[in-house]
Every structure is written in structure tokens, then in C-alpha cells.
Design a protein around this ligand. Structure first.
Ligand code: FE2
Ligand code: FE2
Length: 318
């Protein structure tokens, strides 16, 4: 639950999240009204078999989730596909066991998106509790007026992506009615170019039709995965964010045609939804000791000042 608290000076608006440090406004932007955690490409295998003989996908996910939980509360956690590597029931069960308690403690809804490594029937049975059929996995989730629409860009039996006319028509129908805080569209294959040529073969096809479906609607951001590296761009004028992977990432410090996987650089994104803007913060899993200069006491002191006093105390160069 969030409560809006205003102090007597009207300079300060504080949003308090129960059980966490409160979000605080010390500048011109009011705090984000919604927070969405964006995680992608977990690629779990049954019995936690190492992926490619070398990547501990469950261990890497658990390390990532521990970092996610440190961020506090969230309204939703969106997983943009390739949840498992082979679509095994046991892998979906492991994923659910790892994620559910974290989501519950954070007060977050979980949105599952299908990726090319997933299989629709076991994914439905293992994560969605629905009938194990082969139709595209789509969903509409409302988080306090923010609508998260998941579409299925997978093509059964293939690794490239496609939305298809039927799903585009469904999307247009859903988007015909705007949501109070707008819509975030989640999918696996990003509707963006990649400078790594291998992804051209595995690209999302029919991007023109998707552009037609989202143009002029209340879609404020698109979230995707598939690339195993973080990427931002625009699609039909809409900010589009690709989260890297939790399992292994692509070493994009190499020339495009030499890019390969590495067991490093894993990250997740924090999507902050403001009144007029949406941002995506990339959060690395790797960490080291941090200082304690910016403490709750420091913020309390700043919050007690007028804006001019704050500028003088923290912005003035000595
Ligand atoms: Fe993947
Ligand atoms: Fe993928």
C-alpha cells in the first residue's frame, strides 16, 4: 500500500511504501507511480542441468532474484520469455518455486511471457494453471491502472518470431480502450534491429503489422528479451527496452560477428512509470561493498530543508 504524505511546506511530497524506505521527491518530478521489474531469459533446465554444460541457470537466477528483492517493493515482475531452455515441466516448476516467494514478499504480480525456447503447453500447465493447449500465450494484467499486455511472438518449432494477423487483431481490440495509466506491452522477440547479425535470422518478422497495431494507442513502453544483452530504442515512436538475461549474457565488447555468450554481466531492469515518462534502469547482479554516505538520516535531513537550503547543502561546489 502506498500513502501520499505532504509536509506543511508543500515543497515535499513523500510516498511511503509500507516496510521500505519511502520514495521521496526532492526535485521537479513526482516519484514514479508504478515500478515494474523486468527480467529475461532464465533458460532453466530440468534437474538444474548446466546449460551448455557450463551455466548454472538456477543459481544465476537465485543470485539475480536476491538483488531484485533488495530494491524493495514492486507492482509487477515481468519475465520476457525463454523461461526454460527446452520447455520441460520440471524447469517451469523450479522457476515458479524460485520466483513466487520473492514476488509475494515484494507484493508484485508476475507476468510470464513465452519465448522461442519455451513450449506453450507445459508453460501453461506449469506457470499459468490453465489448460495445456498450444494457442498463443497472451495476458492482460492490471496493476493499479497500469495495464501490462503480454503477447506471444513465438512460432512453434522455430526460433525466429512472428505476431501474426490474429494476434495483432486481438491486440488492437485490447488497446481500443485506453488504461488509466497507459499500457506496457511485453513480448520476447524485440521489434528492434540488433548490431549482432545472428539475431537477424532469429528476428521478429511482420514488424510493420505490429507497428500499425500499437501506433496511436496508449502503449507507453515495450519490454522484450531474446538478445541476452541490454538494449534500448524506439519502435513506432514507443520507447522499447530489452533486458539482458539471467542465465548467461552476450559479450558485446566484441565485434558483432564475434559476439558469443559468457557467464558474466547478468542484470535486470527497473521500469519506473512516471506521469509523463517511463525509464528503464539496468541493475547488474555483480556487486561489491557499498558506502553508507546516503543514509536514511541524510535523506531525513535533506527532506527537512527548503529547496534552496538543499541546493546550498548539496549542489553548491565548495
Ligand atoms: Fe534466450
Ligand atoms: Fe529467445
Amino acid at each position: 500500500m502506498r500513502d501520499l504524505v505532504r509536509d506543511g511546506s508543500s515543497h515535499l511530497t513523500t510516498v511511503i511504501d509500507a516496510g521500505t524506505l519511502g520514495a521521496m521527491q526532492l526535485g521537479q518530478h513526482a516519484p514514479a507511480s508504478r515500478t515494474v521489474v523486468h527480467i529475461s531469459d532464465t533458460h532453466l533446465l530440468a534437474a538444474n542441468t548446466p546449460l551448455g554444460g557450463q551455466y548454472d541457470t538456477l543459481g544465476n537466477l537465485e543470485r539475480l532474484l536476491a538483488r531484485v528483492e533488495r530494491t524493495g517493493t514492486a507492482d509487477a515482475i515481468v519475465f520476457t520469455g525463454d523461461l526454460t531452455d527446452l520447455g520441460e515441466a520440471d524447469a517451469y516448476a523450479s522457476l515458479r518455486s524460485a520466483v513466487s516467494p520473492v514476488a509475494q514478499r515484494m507484493g508484485a504480480e508476475v507476468v510470464w511471457v513465452a519465448g522461442n525456447h519455451d513450449e506453450r503447453a507445459p508453460m501453461r500447465a506449469g506457470l499459468l494453471g490453465g489448460p495445456a493447449d498450444e494457442s498463443p500465450i497472451t495476458s492482460v494484467t492490471d496493476v493499479g491502472g497500469l495495464r501490462i499486455v503480454a503477447i506471444d511472438s513465438t512460432v512453434p518449432g522455430w526460433h525466429h518470431g512472428e505476431i501474426g494477423a490474429e494476434q495483432c487483431a486481438w491486440l488492437e481490440e485490447v488497446l481500443a480502450e485506453p488504461a488509466p495509466l497507459g499500457t506496457i506491452l511485453a513480448m520476447h522477440h524485440p521489434p528492434l534491429p540488433s548490431h549482432v547479425p545472428l539475431f537477424d535470422i532469429l528476428e521478429l518478422r511482420d514488424q510493420g503489422a505490429l507497428a500499425e497495431a500499437v501506433r496511436g494507442t496508449d502503449v507507453r513502453a515495450i519490454l522484450a528479451g531474446h538478445l541476452h544483452y541490454s538494449l534500448a530504442g524506439t519502435f513506432a515512436g514507443i520507447p522499447t527496452f530489452v533486458a539482458s538475461a539471467s542465465c548467461y549474457t552476450m559479450d558485446v565488447s566484441l565485434p558483432g560477428q564475434r559476439v558469443n555468450g559468457m557467464d558474466a554481466g547478468q542484470s535486470f531492469h527497473l521500469i519506473h512509470v512516471y506521469d509523463d515518462q517511463i525509464t528503464s534502469t539496468t541493475v547488474p547482479v555483480a556487486s561489491s561493498e557499498v558506502g553508507e554516505y546516503f543514509s536514511p538520516a541524510w535523506y531525513a535531513a535533506m527532506a527537512a530543508m527548503t529547496p534552496d537550503e538543499r541546493l546550498d547543502a548539496f549542489s553548491r561546489k565548495r
